[in-house]
Design a binder for this molecule. Structure first.
Ligand code: ATP
Length: 347
């Protein structure tokens, strides 16, 4: 069987070091499970801009389109000035409209909560990320929040279909439709319609987002699948990461109808870049999501077995307290990868 080509974007900041750690682990599991993967390295972000004067070189776009699946490290976006985000551009270019972030309590990771099991589904293409901002008059600027019926219905259908297929019990929309009556009102109405028309047997509730945030930190176990528009999804993802051990442990996937890009929820963390301090687990978990996605979509190969090996190995490492500093351990990025590789060899 031909090896599966996967586009890899190492990214900026901690991106290259966590990507290297993750690929070493996946390679070890792939060898053991006889899974044939072929990494196609492409660039995007600040590094690409410096090298080729293009934030996302043409080759990166063609390789993602050809491979259909990409594993992506974080890319830096300048604050308050400069170019638009690589993430936003990629999501728009490939119409990766559904961001999925599973947030789960991990064995061996001490937090305030024990039983968090939430899946965040974020609309990835519209809202305040439309990038339509202008200066009306000196000293007055505005940003346009865009919601279209097509996109609101599409993400609602995706979320309910996902919840149904994964045998989840309830979808909760977090919104602010009391203030943004048109945009959030449309988002809420579409979710309500998809529920009533197509999935009446699944639980559904709508919660105003400020109260929802309070409820999340009081008792996250009351939530199951969260459905949010773009900006709320971004903010609530980091909030939920805090419930289970921080940004180092929450993976993510961006799905379109044809392509899928897997990446951690966290950013490029320039404060710890190049110091062997970053936790590669969120990207490794994203790679596991990717392997499970390949198992579902490719219809052959040992992808699921490869994913299981990695998950068992990192679960065991976490239980044994073999973790990076952000989780209270003492291992560096590379040493954490070494530990998981050793555990894979013993499985
Ligand atoms: P962005 O705006 O690009 O999403 P962000 O605001 O979420 O980025 P990050 O770059 O993710 O910011 O970093 C936020 C904080 O979390 C930083 O202090 C960083 O060091 C820490 N952090 C992020 N990712 C990791 C990781 N993988 N391992 C350890 N610490 C991390």
């Amino acid at each position: 069987m031909r090896a599966k080509d996967i586009a890899v974007i190492p990214g900026d900041g901690i991106g290259p070091e966590i990507t290297q750690a993750v690929l070493r682990v996946v390679d070890a599991a792939a060898e053991k499970s006889k899974t044939d993967l072929n990494w196609i390295f492409v660039s995007a972000g600040l590094g690409a801009l410096e090298e080729s004067e293009e934030l996302i070189p043409e080759r990166t776009m063609t390789e993602i389109a050809r491979c259909k699946v990409a594993l992506k490290g974080p890319c830096t976006t300048p604050v308050g000035e400069g170019f638009t985000s690589v993430n936003v551009r990629l999501r728009k270019a490939f119409n990766l409209y559904a961001a999925v972030r599973p947030v789960r309590s991990l064995p061996g990771v001490e937090t305030r909560y024990k039983d968090v099991d939430i899946v965040i589904i974020r609309e990835n293409t519209e809202g305040l990320y439309s990038g339509v901002e202008n200066e009306i008059t000196p000293g007055v600027v505005m940003s346009m929040k865009v919601a279209s019926e097509v996109a609101c219905q599409r993400i609602s259908s995706w979320a309910f279909k996902f919840a149904n297929r994964r045998e989840r019990k309830k979808v909760t929309v977090l919104h602010k439709a009391n203030i943004m009556k048109l945009t959030d009102g449309l988002f809420l109405r579409c979710a309500d319609e998809v529920h009533q028309n197509d999935y009446p047997n699944l639980g559904f509730e709508s919660v105003i987002i400020d109260a929802g945030c309070m409820k999340l930190v009081q008792d996250p176990s009351q939530f199951d699948v969260l459905l949010l528009e773009n900006l709320y999804g971004d903010v609530v993802s980091d909030l939920c990461a805090g419930l289970v051990g921080g940004l180092g442990v929450v993976p993510g996937a961006n799905y379109g109808d044809n392509e899928a890009v897997f990446e951690a929820v966290h950013g490029s963390a320039p404060d710890i870049a190049g110091q062997n301090l970053a936790n590669p687990l969120a990207l490794l978990m994203s790679a596991v999501m990717m392997l499970n996605y390949l198992a579902e979509t490719e219809g052959r190969g040992n992808y699921a077995a490869c994913a299981r090996l990695i998950k068992t190995a990192y679960d065991d490492a976490l239980i044994a307290g073999e973790t990076t500093k952000d989780l209270g351990g003492s291992l560096g990025t590379a040493e954490f990868a070494d530990v998981i590789i050793q555990r894979i060899a013993q499985l």
